[in-house]
Design a protein around this ligand. Structure first.
Ligand SMILES: Nc1ncnc2c1ncn2[C@@H]1O[C@H](COP(=O)(O)OP(=O)(O)OP(=O)(O)O)[C@@H](O)[C@H]1O
Length: 590
């Protein structure tokens, strides 16, 4: 109704009035006027003669008035004298249509003349108004149906007898019932357990009730009674189709589950990759170091790992973290790789907008990231002097403050530092703080260089061969004994890293051919030339010895048989043709 009123109040009388007006004189005969009205197809006429009884100089009479005049056999003039016009309502061209409608609603049922500057400009007939109003109702009803059909939720309206009055397109789709098949039918007949009968019976509102009308179809229903002056005149329900949501949520659950499984697998993989069990080495001293490291893993004691480059310091640090069972991350930071001026922000982070170019949200530092985990300060010997007291403070108080922030954060981080430098020497040179050194070295794990556990070389080499052959998809290659000897005797300044890189090179070069000694880098073969030549010499000597022995045996057989080749061949237990061949090979005259 509000919508109709708004439409009516936005239309002016001049938009709907009839402006075809037939003007007649009061001296004209009523029969003649009726005839002209028919010809002109108008419902009423305007009598234009001046009359002092009215302000208006024009009067309006309609078809019925004229019939009465003829019936009563009086003149038009007499009819006008009877003052009937005082009963006519008047209206102006720019009045709202709403004003006209309210006149008719109040019971007025005659033509309304429309005036503008005291002149009749048009008329409004009750009959036309009924048609206009009816059209308007139909249009607004169409508009409502259109609106309802475009609502994503299924809407159902029933009257107080539970007969369906409204059933929108979404309801058709959701319940697979066409409007024509449900209109005016009792909702209970179609949905015996529908919510609306309960709503009308109890007068209660229900919200967000879960419902699954058929397999794979899920919805949430809200329903409330429709009231007119506290009297229930029907009910409306609104059903949200959440089948798609449920499907997506099931999918999400499944995906989450898969993700969890994958995450578990990855973390198992990672864990096992870095576990102590994956550290290769049978050297007695080295095994003792592994055992010792395992034992201190569970504590939170700070650890300093020393050893030449490539001896496995990071491998040990990761294994200690893994074995410790700490839930946080293992966060490695290479102190020699970070410029001094960035070190503080890398380690402690910064508050948003702390300095030019810093991100607005700020950034957590490595210490924060390692909360409940382990931070690995690799190459600690390269830690700038000005940073060392700050590291000491974190070790002592477990507190960090982001650059630019006034708030300190308490963290729980296990510290493992590593170095291939002599920290004592650095201390003596004033490049490393004593207090920091003594804080870091609660436990020292000193890893031996590879040249001090030479017997682990074949073990490591074969493990790396397996690893790279698998990752490059080649057949597992076997290193000849002489090559292995070279590897065992090599100095390995780069330690395990150098060995690992070399094996990778060999595997790549051997991909399409068999392994060849030339695949070893020149410096390695040059360094080990002595071993190589001894090995070669040994193998050449054997061949020569065997050849000499063969010649000696053949000459003996020939001498004993007086150079009778048949007898000599029989003696040597070889075919005569083979004897001839071998005599030729050893330059023995026949
Ligand atoms: N015992 C081991 N078993 C198997 N692989 C090892 C072992 N020790 C080291 N490695 C491998 O050797 C390489 C070097 O190890 P790592 O980075 O731990 O050495 P590092 O002492 O930390 O070196 P740097 O001092 O240069 O940082 C890595 O590829 C690592 O996987």
């Amino acid at each position: 109704m509000q919508l109709i009123n708004a439409i009516l109040d936005n239309m002016q009388v001049k938009d709907i009035m009839k402006n075809k007006i037939l003007k007649v004189s009061k001296t004209d005969s009523p029969n003649d006027i009726i005839k002209r009205m028919k010809e002109s197809e108008v419902d009423c006429v305007v009598i234009t003669d001046n009359d002092e009884r009215k302000n208006n100089t024009e009067f309006l009479i309609d078809f019925i008035d004229l019939i009465n005049i003829i019936h009563e056999n009086i003149s038009l003039d007499k009819f006008l004298e009877n003052n009937k016009f005082t009963e006519l309502e008047t209206i102006k061209t720019d009045d709202t249509v709403g004003k006209v409608i309210s006149l008719f609603i109040k019971g007025y049922n005659k033509i309304i003349p429309v005036y503008d500057d005291n002149n009749i400009r048009g008329i409004i007939c009750p009959k036309d108004m009924i048609i206009f109003y009816n059209n308007l109702l139909n249009k607004t009803q169409g508009l409502f149906v259109n609106i309802l059909d475009n609502i994503h939720d299924a809407i159902c309206v029933v009257n107080k007898d539970l007969n369906v009055l409204v059933w929108n397109k979404s309801a058709e789709n959701l319940y697979k019932i066409e409007k024509e098949n449900i209109f005016n039918r009792n909702i209970k007949e179609i949905f015996p357990s529908a919510l609306l009968p309960r709503v009308l019976e109890e007068g209660n509102t229900y919200e967000n009730i879960f419902n699954s009308p058929r397999e794979g179809c899920y919805n949430i229903i809200s329903a409330k009674p429709l009231l007119d002056n506290d009297e229930i005149i029907g009910g409306v329900s609104c059903d949200k189709d959440i089948s798609e949501l449920i499907r997506i949520s099931e999918l999400l659950n499944k995906t989450q589950l898969n993700l969890q499984v994958l995450e578990d697998q990855v973390s198992n993989l990672n864990e096992s990759r870095f576990a102590f069990s994956k550290i290769i080495g049978n050297d007695k001293k080295f095994r003792e170091i592994i055992e010792f490291s395992k034992n201190i893993s569970k504590s939170t004691i700070n650890v300093l790992i020393t050893g030449e480059s490539g001896t496995g310091k990071e491998v040990f640090a990761r294994a200690i973290h893994m074995e410790s069972g700490r839930k946080g991350y293992f966060v490695p930071i290479n102190c020699s790789a970070i410029p001094g001026e960035l070190m503080e922000s890398e380690l402690f982070g910064y508050k948003g907008g702390a300095f030019t170019g810093s991100s607005r949200e700020g950034k957590a530092g490595k210490f924060e990231l390692a909360h409940k985990g382990t931070i690995f300060l690799d190459e600690i010997g390269d830690m700038p002097l000005n940073m060392q007291p700050k590291i000491l403070r974190v070790i002592e108080d477990g507190i960090i403050t982001r650059i630019g922030s006034e708030n300190s954060v308490k963290i729980d981080v296990r510290i493992i530092a590593a170095t291939n430098k002599d920290l004592r020497k650095l201390m003596n040179e004033g490049l490393f703080r004593k207090d920091l050194y003594y804080r870091l070295n609660s436990v020292i794990i000193d890893l031996p260089p590879l040249r001090k556990r030479k017997l682990d070389v074949p073990l490591l080499a074969n493990e790396f061969i397996k690893e790279f052959c698998i990752s490059y998809g080649t057949n597992i290659i076997e290193l000849p004994q002489d090559t292995m000897e070279i590897l065992i005797n090599h100095e390995w300044e780069g330690n395990i890293r150098e060995l690992r890189n070399l094996i990778e090179r060999i595997v790549i070069l051997s991909k399409h051919n068999k392994f060849d000694i030339s695949y070893l880098p020149n410096d390695l073969t040059a360094q080990n030339w002595d071993i190589l030549s001894t090995l070669r010499q040994n193998s050449t000597g054997l061949n020569d010895k065997m050849n000499n022995k063969e010649k000696e045996l053949i000459l003996n057989a020939l001498n004993n048989s007086n150079y009778n080749k048949k007898k000599a061949a029989e003696f040597l237990n070889i075919p005569r043709s083979t004897l001839y061949f071998k005599m030729k090979k050893h330059n023995i005259e026949a």
